[in-house]
Write a protein that binds this ligand. Structure first.
Ligand SMILES: [Zn+2]
Length: 249
């Protein structure tokens, strides 16, 4: 996914100049961006992975890549499961180094989405005291797109996106209500894992600057209180950001 950040070097040279640097987001949520004047900027996205994948799905949908949007929305939900599982473990597992222990646990299931789903359903029941229930019609649709090459249309992708947002709203609400103390330490632990890559990029690009990127989440995930996100709001926010970029590059 492409990523845009305002170039600090250009801004320092002329504080009336807002020049966008462009790069590609990596899985560690770093993007090496370049502005039209040749400056390099390492942008660190201050979001959780599921939030970024959801944004990717919205951009794909807006550009008419409907099957690709379904893939990103599905990946977003799976990474939200992962976050929930880890937060639940972090709250309940008492070891000297709980986050390192959880990383070891995760390695055993990281390649197997069915096992992860099982772990999530258990963690959700333990936390919310209600059984998680997937919509089988939407699960079948997702599998058709991902495993059978089915080409989704806009209506199907919209319906799927709305289903995913409903699931994510439930998960985000449960996290905010139950894991307030665990969220920040786990977030910074995950960010710490990207630190060597960030330092390597800065070393490989002399003169490059680092900037933290933290605009509003399309899922309203980074707002303090829980407020249900909607597909329409997410599309509108993405559109307004694209207009800003479009006007300035
Ligand atoms: Zn620049």
């Amino acid at each position: 996914m492409k990523h845009y950040c305002l170039c600090i070097n250009c801004f320092e040279a002329d504080n009336t100049s807002l020049i966008w640097a462009v790069g590609e987001v990596q899985s560690n949520l770093l993007a090496i961006c370049r502005c039209p004047n040749g400056h390099v900027q390492i942008s660190g996205l201050q979001y959780d992975l599921f939030d970024v994948l959801f944004t990717s799905g919205i951009h794909a949908y807006r550009k008419g890549f409907y099957s690709e949007s379904v893939m990103s929305f599905a990946a977003s939900l799976e990474r939200a499961y992962e976050l929930f599982i880890k937060l639940n473990l972090f709250k309940t597992v008492k070891t000297d180094n709980p986050l390192e222990t959880i990383d070891k646990f995760w390695k055993e299931i990281e390649g197997q989405s069915e096992r992860q789903y099982g772990a999530f359903c258990s963690a959700y029941l333990m936390t919310v005291r209600e059984a998680w229930k997937a919509n089988q019609e939407q699960v079948k649709f997702r599998n058709k797109v991902i495993h059978k090459g089915y080409i989704a249309n806009s209506q199907e992708a919209k319906k799927y996106a709305e289903y995913i947002i409903g699931c994510l709203n439930n998960i985000m609400k449960a996290i905010k209500e139950n894991f307030a103390e665990q969220r920040s330490p786990l977030y910074f632990h995950i960010k710490k894992l990207a630190k060597p890559a960030k330092e390597k990029s800065l070393k490989e690009n002399p003169g490059a600057k680092y900037s933290a990127n933290s605009g509003p989440s399309l899922l309203k995930w980074n707002s303090h209180n829980h407020e249900d996100a909607t597909f329409a709001d997410a599309l509108a926010l993405a559109e307004s950001f694209d207009k800003t970029i479009g006007e300035q590059i």
